[in-house]
Design a protein around this ligand. Sequence first.
Ligand SMILES: [Zn+2]
Length: 591
Amino acid sequence: MPMTLEQLNSASQEAAAQQLDGLYEHSPWIAEQALHERPFTSLAHLKHAMCEVLAHAGRDAQLALIRAHPELAGKAMVSKTLTAESTNEQSKAGLTDCTPEEFAKIQKLNADYNAKFGWPFILAVRGPRGLGLNKRQIIDAFERRLHGHPDFELAECLRNIHRIAEIRLNDKFGVEPTLGHKVWDWQEKLAQHSDPGFAELGQLTVTYLTDAHRACAQGITQNMRDCGFDEVYTDAVGNVVGRYHPATSSGKYLMTGSHYDTVRNGGKYDGRLGIFVPMVCVQQLHQQGKRLPFGIEVVAFAEEEGQRYKATFLGSGALIGQFNPAWLDQQDADGITMRAAMQHAGLCVDDIAKIQRDPAQYLGFVEVHIEQGPVLNQVNIPLGVVTSINGSVRYLCEVIGTASHAGTTPMDRRRDAACAVAELALYMEQRAAQDGDSVATMGQLQVPNGSINVVPGRCTFSLDMRAPTDAQRDVLVADILAQLQAIAERRGVRVKAELTMCAAAAPSAPEWQARWERAVSALGVPLFKLPSGAGHDAMKLHEVMPQAMLFVRGENGGISHNPRESTTSCDMQLCVDAFTHVLNQLASELS
Ligand SMILES: [Zn+2]
């Protein structure tokens, strides 16, 4: 019989500790200390309490915990002295039947890892879906993490230990994140479609209106129909729209969704998570035969990433009447115009203007998205409420100095363009850090036609500066540009700075942000708020209706726009629960 949370909350300290035995390898003290936080409102609450215990236990205790773990496919496995939990996990991953070559490879990795860090390599081998990683995935993770910084690697081991404990805890309580699994599996299935050239390499790339893109649209359409949406259609720009009707025909709609296109060699969750989470919620409503006082419109946006054509946010932009007809004549790398691609896909270009929504028909827009950054991962919190989508400004700049002989020009007579820019790069870094939540990046930096023996006469570079409010961003930009001028004057070089993009910040609508906050708190997840550093479809809808976003923690340090992007089905389940909670809040507000 699996235990219940009520039993755990009411048991004596000793009995409760006994119930939680084995969660952390040979380290019962973590659960024991966390039990002082009883009563727990949810397993998520208990999990976080245990994370907090370990976070405050100090480095020695953390290292002792890591060292209490057996090596993967190590001596303990061979001599069958692993704990029952570890045996189960390692055998599920197929580590108990390695070929001699694989075994030798893992032994070497274990030895190298131990020599570098001084502790064993820890990986939650049951993986983000709980089904078990395969040997290839395990060896890849091992090889990659061998190159990590020791501080990062220590944290990564602890995160994996928490993940192992999470799965063990779910097993004890007989909890399966069923809806999280469903969302996970849909994403896995959708990721089978990838553009030619990438598909062969096992990489995920889905750009606007390619065959793979249209296959995704078809897959999502079918999923929506299966879920019980009342209307499912593809609109004039390729967005897949699913509408679940309100209880009465006069009800307004909640709009939600995200994008299904990807960057080149991207992740499986970026965008798609925000389509499938509300879809599974609608499926639940349909199965229960439930109608809400409002309708739900899930939009799978066809284009957000601006990969094939320079038309970023095309999908959501079209819904607010921002489709630029000039885009139709843009050509992709193969010379195919957007117009031709649309015609080939059977889209009716003349209907694009008609898909503009009337904001009066909508309550607002919410979007769920994988965080795409390291913050939630670092604080061990699965969900984060977005306060604002950062305003961003981009410049392309150039510094012109004097190219001269690298051997004969004395240091005090140089007009070195690259050194001027280097000075700005360091200033920019510390100036953005000063705000706490601003960011600034020099992502491009070139010495055009530079030579090894020539003092750089020209240096071109980019600036990308973002902050949660336009005012904060503008001060940041002004300071950095003023510094550029000052550096140029002092060094006797000239500067050019061309503004190439300026996007307003999109602060979350307070009442919508509050709904996410209530939902997260109700799940027993600590409330954590953060701005979004990346742009999202919600930015576009922000221009016409209230919006707020919810972030889901990413694994692997929160890496995104990368095949290693990941999150767990447990976190996806929490996200589904939070979304359902928001739907219920709205229903009771409106009834
Ligand atoms: Zn995205």
